[in-house]
Design a protein around this ligand. Sequence first.
Ligand SMILES: Cc1ncc(COP(=O)(O)O)c(C=O)c1O
Length: 443
Amino acid sequence: MASELALLGGPQAVKSDPGDMFAWPIVTPDIEQAVLEVLRRGAMSGMDVTKQLEKEFAAWHGMEGYCLGHNTGTQAIQAAMFGVGVGKGDEIICPSITYWASCLQAYTLGATVVFADVDPDTVCIDPNDLERRISPRTKAIVAVHYAGHPADMDPILEIARRHNVAVIEDVSHAHGALYKGKMVGTFGDAAGFSIMSGKSFAAGEGGLLLTPKKEVYERALVFGHYARANELTIPEYVAGGGLPWGGYKNRMNQLTAAMARVQLKKYPGEMGDIDRAMNYFWDKVGDLPGIRSHRPAWGNSTKGGWYAPHGLYRPEELGGLSVHRFCEALRAEGATSGPGCNKALHQHPLFQTVDVYRAGKPTRIANLPDDVDVRETDADLPVSSGMQERIYNIPWFKHYRTEIIDEYAEAFRKVVQNYKELLPGDPGNPPAGGGWGLTRRIG
Ligand SMILES: Cc1ncc(COP(=O)(O)O)c(C=O)c1O
């Protein structure tokens, strides 16, 4: 009997042209108008539009606190680290599964990174693995809301408070997501957001820092915003301000700020469409064996704009079928999908051997006491180390168009229900899955 699977000669499940289903960001005439206005005014390096954006972005989060525009998410997160006081000889704790800019900036501050494992279902920092990673040198915990999934903030905050350690949220993947009814980015001492073009809140290269604390805000100002030294009020920073302490110029380009302001008006609506579409997809396929949705299990919790959506893969329910073979079959159906996610950072040489600043020691341990080697704790990160075989990316639907989504869901159903036919040709997973950035995905 002929196979149902396209990989084995059957008909493709995805037949329709998806049109603009995956196009992102959606650039409307009002965005073009706002950017042109800045361009024609020659106000790219000004600050008026950025300051308006800061107010509006904080208000969207219901924040009494402070928001500061940055030229990248990377710089916003570095400023958050400096803002909460990370400095020489300090440690920050970060999940091993994330993009490097959740933590690597610690090196430039003279600090280092201790990795914590991730939870297999949330793919965010595992609160049960967190406490044992804390040392007398720990200054901050970075909670990354990974691939749109909120990190489990209640236990993270409880542990942080008990040990008097700051919490930085990396919200680059989860703009607008809710954790138990409250927006992510409002839980910690500071939060950093990337708003580069690929993100769900997309405005070109740019980043935002959000903090409820004046001290953090002013430290971020003094670190990389020399042109705003007039905003400083804390005597230490007023006295030492004027030039940027970090030696950085972090100001946001106002073309980005202009686009972000318009985006902010449209985003809640766009996010609503995406959320409806993605939940529709998972409601159709989530009960199939071997695949699980990556959705928050807590009440009143959401994934915002579902940046880089992934599915969890459980090969033991599909006769051990490798995620690579599984994705190959999906691709043949036209439901392009790649295996893996961000590789476990502790496996990169930059966190093992590289001596960036020529200290005569790997940078990871260069500023620690001689008898401390935090690399030893990397040996015990089993979930992160095995993650590439248990996750894959899925289509990122931008519109609630059920007739199209149904075709993708059908592709998943076909592959799962006929998995036994895929076992004989399965070469297994290659040793080094995933990528240091997110792997290519549909949409
Ligand atoms: C989790 C995470 N943090 C930080 C960043 C850095 O942001 P940017 O690219 O705007 O510097 C990114 C992505 O680019 C990211 O995925």
